[in-house]
Design a binder for this molecule. Structure first.
Ligand code: CA
Length: 233
């Protein structure tokens, strides 16, 4: 049976294009035009993933997420947030709302389908609550539930914070993470400590990762990115 994606989007034409592309990619789709309609559809139809617009006419996207996460019947459904403005990204990914990914409008349909597939594959939404997923990136294996990291089968000793930093970077690989977002994700605070702390810890993590360390790229003046190209010759 096809997996179902709920699209919550008030721009009708755009929602239709998104739905068409997801249908072509083999998904079933439901389109809701308001936050309330989206919440209702999530509860009654139990989609496998929700593509949620941030700017909705009735309930803000962030509030929709909060309500989805507060309801046991919808809590596990992975969410990709669609945002139109770059400055909103920090708020969304830093918000610890449980958003699995985000796309910035205008996004390409190809990118959107890739992200939907990636989130579903990652299975974040299917993981039992409290259990963290595991990741394999080239020679790196991150054992989420055990909080252990292996490089080429050899364990790397990381502190709890270094582990959280690595997970934040790896789960968003290929994308830039700002220092502020990393602070919120890793330290769980709203930039009360200096962003330089992020630089210090990233350097330490990079050193511990050895040959893989170069994949933790500095994006000058912005933050860090775990590069996708992990295939070693
Ligand atoms: Ca909108």
């Amino acid at each position: 049976m096809a997996l179902t994606v709920l699209i919550v989007e008030d721009e009708v034409d755009f929602g239709a294009i998104v739905a068409l592309n997801l249908t072509r990619a083999g998904f079933s789709t439901i389109v809701a035009k308001t936050g309330e309609a989206g919440l209702e559809a999530a509860r009654t139809r139990r989609p496998d993933l929700i593509l949620l617009d941030l700017m909705l006419p009735d309930v803000q996207g962030t509030e929709v997420v909060r309500r989805l996460k507060a309801d046991a019947s919808t809590r596990m459904i992975p969410i990709i947030m669609a945002t139109a403005r770059g400055e909103e990204i920090d708020r969304i990914v830093g918000f610890e709302l449980g958003v699995d990914d985000y796309v910035v409008k205008p996004f390409s349909m190809r990118e959107m389908v890739l992200r939907v597939n990636a989130v579903l594959r990652r299975g974040n939404g299917a993981a039992p609550s409290g259990e963290e997923p595991s990741y394999t990136v080239g020679p790196l294996f991150v054992d989420g539930p055990a909080h252990r990291v292996f490089l080429d089968g050899r364990e790397i000793e990381l502190t709890a914070l270094e582990f959280r930093l690595l997970v934040a970077l790896v789960t968003n690989r290929g994308r830039v993470m700002t220092r502020e977002v990393l602070l919120e994700r890793v330290w769980g605070i709203q930039a009360d400590i200096e962003t330089r702390t992020v630089d210090t810890m990233t350097k330490r993590l990079r050193d511990k990762l050895g040959t893989l360390g170069r994949h933790v790229e500095t994006v000058r003046g912005v933050g860090y990115r775990f590069s996708e190209g992990t295939q070693e010759p």
